[in-house]
Design a binder for this molecule. Sequence first.
Ligand SMILES: [Fe+2]
Length: 414
Amino acid sequence: MDAERLLAHYAAVRRLTERICEPLATEDYVLQAMPDASPAKWHLAHVSWFFETFVLRPSLPGYRPLDERYAVLFNSYYNGVGPQFARPARGHLSRPTVEEVYAYRAHVDKAMLSLLDGTAERVDAVAGVVELGLNHEQQHQELLVTDIKYNLSVNPLRLPYRPVSGEEPTTGAPSLERLAFSGGTIEIGVDGEAFCFDNERPRHRVLLHPYQLGSRLVSNGEYGEFIADGGYDRPDLWLSDGWRTVQERGWRAPLYWERADGSWTTYTLSGMAAVSPDAPVAHVSYYEADAYARWRGARLPTEQEWEHAAASETAAGTLLVDTPREPAPATTGRLAQMTGDVWEWTASAYLPYPGFRPLEGALGEYNGKFMVNQMVLRGGSCATPRSHIRRTYRNFFPPDARWQFAGLRLAYGG
Ligand SMILES: [Fe+2]
């Protein structure tokens, strides 16, 4: 990416992060309603810390951090960089204040702009890690949306993140078809120079047996049939860990669903709303996705099947452009929603590709050290920035995670 485009991209990404926070009251910025849902204020500071740590300190001569103590406060998990403040306690920090965190962002932006406005050699030398920092910030934009939604949801007033601004029309989902793929020896992953995370490399061959995929995501209406059929009460449908988790946590429906007067309502970014039967089911764990698929006589696709099929995708679903939105019904009958709306749980454990090499130095901690006890999700969601997602992208979460916009697509055969 040349210097001018990098500078424009930097400005656009930093602006969107702050735009996501615009509807928040000052008090909202500090909430952490569970260990996984970091305060908005922490995200704002941490993404700036990333540029400070990996770009400005090593590469901008004379750079002075605004406050040396932020090095510990806003380090997430980089042991190679130094100690970190405890993740579950991020919501205990009333200081630095929201205003001070915005000043920290401005301090980092000023230095970044002077660096990116420098000689071509200097920009070339940092372009790769700046691009990584921007992709990192886009990942946190998605977390901002999902963490804000969770943190606001625990308030019994169920207040909206933003007022309803004209609901998306409900068009009715096209019927769910099975689309056949012949498989064979195919290639997945990335080669070449385009930006990707280290976990998407190297490109390699895999053998796929013929399989079929659902033409769209599983809808709320279809998931409601699973609930009505006693899906949460039938141990034969569940993995052992899933059944135990359902019992321990009392799960009876996706996260945010509430039963009122015989019908389902759900907490959304616009407050409580009726569950839209045609919109894709969201906020389910891997365990629920797996049990649902088994109940339908189907299964979850592997990540290799998903990536192979995504080569023929026609139209994207809802992605984050400027204003965060909820997932929407499919609008096409042919392999719809492979991109956007909800992340799709796959049957694949998050593992290194054959020949995987993590990045050099502390940045090697970005992905590789998380390759245990997590499952791969594909395709992006309504909270994923549009310029961030690609066919080879591998997201990953533990199988009991529900606060992301995660749902599923059925697979058959194989
Ligand atoms: Fe991060």
